[in-house]
Write a protein that binds this ligand. Structure first.
Ligand code: FAD
Ligand code: MLT
Ligand code: ZN
Length: 496
């Protein structure tokens, strides 16, 4: 995939081309040599290969063509950059850890990348309230590790934690593995500091849990995907670090059994339940194939569920989990199961869930659909998509089959399915079989075409399947209000 796959997108001539004078100006704003990477003219200090990691997304599906990456260190520097870009009509793309899965963090043409890599300071932490204030470019795992040393955790965890930034998490409203326990960032984020496209600094870095003073404008930044401003810092409510952990993996014979298991698990584990994750048998077969590891359960099952408990009393939590396992076994809801008995096994069981995204890319590419569907029909979408690929003759084992498999996994506890179609190569033929079929299917069930990954470029053409025209108009009005010249992350979902 390159932007050539989007023939309807044309570079907007309203945006200026970067000149030598522009780069000289950015050099005057950013005193550190390493804060500018460019392949342009006399100022060139990088090769196209150096810019490749910034121009390519995690899935290797989208490729941008920027010649300039700016890495500010302070909010003042970020403000000066944006104010100049706005004045000159230079388009920009905010980039965090570049782990986004919808092409939102990559320029479409030659937009300037504002990388948040140098915004990496923890600003403050109050161990009494559990409120962390930190720069937007702090890597999620680094923030979490810092908090763990202070007896707390970050209220979000996801497979990309080693690379993604907390600012990127807020910009995408990432959900992750424990949303069912700690809630959405719309609840835990208490404040943001952001730079508007014209350079104004919005200082709403509140550390108050309650603050009903008019419109809660920070909410607009949560999930805005870099379209209305650059988030430079966040304040966030962090939970106490649990001192007791358990994880169990079950095998189940049907999705109906998964639903029954979910109901019983919620009833019996209630306050200590911290994850309820689904992996179908096909996804686990692919992980086994790629990693060469043996699956922890003896019997092959069409569905697997991983549950995690996080609490403060080992004996209490273990007793609850044992009793749940016994109940699920005697009522024949699960057909196989195992529990971790130490830290290595804990990580080992989680790797069969967290390793899925990485393994699916093994054959060349993957079409990803991150959707919300009511549990009654949750897995039917995977079955329907598989059938459609078979009928189209594109799914199979031979090299000429473009599609390797159709798999489903995800945060079933949040009704969030990840329907994934690993392929041997990205190809329009596959896309035409899958789209708009999948989006129509979701619309018919009043689901959402984007549960947690956002819209970026990937879902731009399909927002109408989940949002009414009146809602889209309101979003575009807000975009115009914040970014009248349209320089922030152009060509992405919010534009017509
Ligand atoms: P980027 O990819 O750099 O950017 C994402 C978007 O946010 C872009 O539109 C960008 O312009 C904007 N942006 C980034 N930083 C800023 C900023 N400071 N200010 C304004 N805009 C900004 N997502 C989930 O929700 N749940 C998961 O469980 C999950 N698991 C993942 C597992 C793997 C292996 C991978 C590769 C990805 C996963 N993701 C998941 C997707 C991704 O990690 C998240 O969307 C993450 O929040 C993106 O953060 P980032 O720093 O990498 O942002
Ligand atoms: C996950 O839950 O693993 C992530 O959202 C990434 C993905 O969808 O593959
Ligand atoms: Zn996910």
């Amino acid at each position: 995939f390159t932007t050539d796959s989007y023939p309807n997108l044309k570079r907007d001539p309203k945006f200026a081309q970067i000149t030598e004078d522009d780069i000289a100006h950015f050099k005057s704003i950013l005193p550190h040599r390493s804060s500018i990477l460019t392949t342009t003219g006399a100022h060139a200090n990088a090769t196209p290969d150096d810019l490749e990691p910034f121009n390519t997304d995690w899935m290797r599906k989208y490729r941008g063509h920027t010649t300039l990456v700016l890495k500010p260190r302070t909010t003042t520097e970020a403000s000066q950059i944006l104010s100049y870009c706005n004045f000159r009509s230079l388009a920009v793309v905010p980039q965090g850890g570049n782990t986004g899965l919808v092409g939102g963090s990559i320029p479409v043409f030659d937009e300037i990348i504002i990388s948040m890599n140098n915004f990496n300071q923890i600003r403050s932490f109050d161990p009494v309230s559990g409120i962390l204030v930190c720069d937007a470019g702090v890597v999620l795992e680094v923030a979490d590790q810092y908090l763990r040393e202070q007896g707390h955790i970050f209220p979000l965890d996801l497979g990309a934690k080693g690379s993604c930034h907390v600012g990127g998490n807020v910009a995408t409203n990432a959900g992750g593995l424990r949303l069912l326990r700690y809630g959405s960032l719309h609840g835990t984020v208490l404040g943001v500091e952001a730079v508007l496209p014209d350079g104004r600094i919005v200082n709403d870095l509140s550390t108050l849990r309650k603050n009903n003073t008019g419109y809660d404008l920070k909410q607009l930044f949560i999930g805005s995907e870099g379209t209305i401003g650059l988030i430079t810092a966040i304040s966030i409510q962090c939970p106490q670090k649990p001192t007791a952990h358990n994880v169990a993996l079950f095998g189940l014979q049907s999705f109906d059994h998964v639903r029954q298991a979910f109901v019983k698990t919620k009833q019996q584990l209630s306050e200590i339940l911290s994850a309820f994750e689904l992996m179908d048998g096909n996804s686990q077969d692919l992980v086994a194939k790629v990693t060469g590891k043996k699956h922890p359960l003896e019997s092959k099952c069409p569905f697997y569920v991983l549950i995690e408990t996080s609490g403060s009393n080992d004996d209490h939590d273990a007793a609850k989990l044992d009793s749940l396992l016994e109940d699920l076994t005697t009522s024949e809801i699960i057909s196989d199961g195992t529990q971790a008995s130490n830290d290595t096994e804990f990580k080992g069981l989680w790797s069969w869930r967290e390793g899925v995204p990485e393994c699916l890319g093994h054959w060349g590419g993957v079409y990803k659909y991150d959707v919300s569907i009511p549990l009654a029909e949750f897995y039917d979408l995977v079955t329907a998509t598989r059938k459609r690929c078979i009928e189209a003759g594109i799914l199979g084992d031979r090299p000429e089959h473009l599609v390797v498999d159709v798999v489903g996994y995800g945060h079933v506890g949040d009704c969030n399915l990840h329907l994934n179609v690993p392929v041997r190569a990205y190809d329009k033929k596959v896309e035409q079989v899958l789209e708009p079929f999948i989006y129509e299917w979701i619309q018919e069930r009043s689901g959402s075409i984007s549960a947690e990954h956002g819209l970026g470029l990937a879902k731009k053409a399909y927002v109408g399947y989940s949002r009414e025209p009146a809602m889209l108009k309101l979003m575009r009005d807000i975009k115009k209000q914040y970014d009248p010249k349209g320089i922030m992350n152009p060509y992405k979902y919010v534009e017509e």
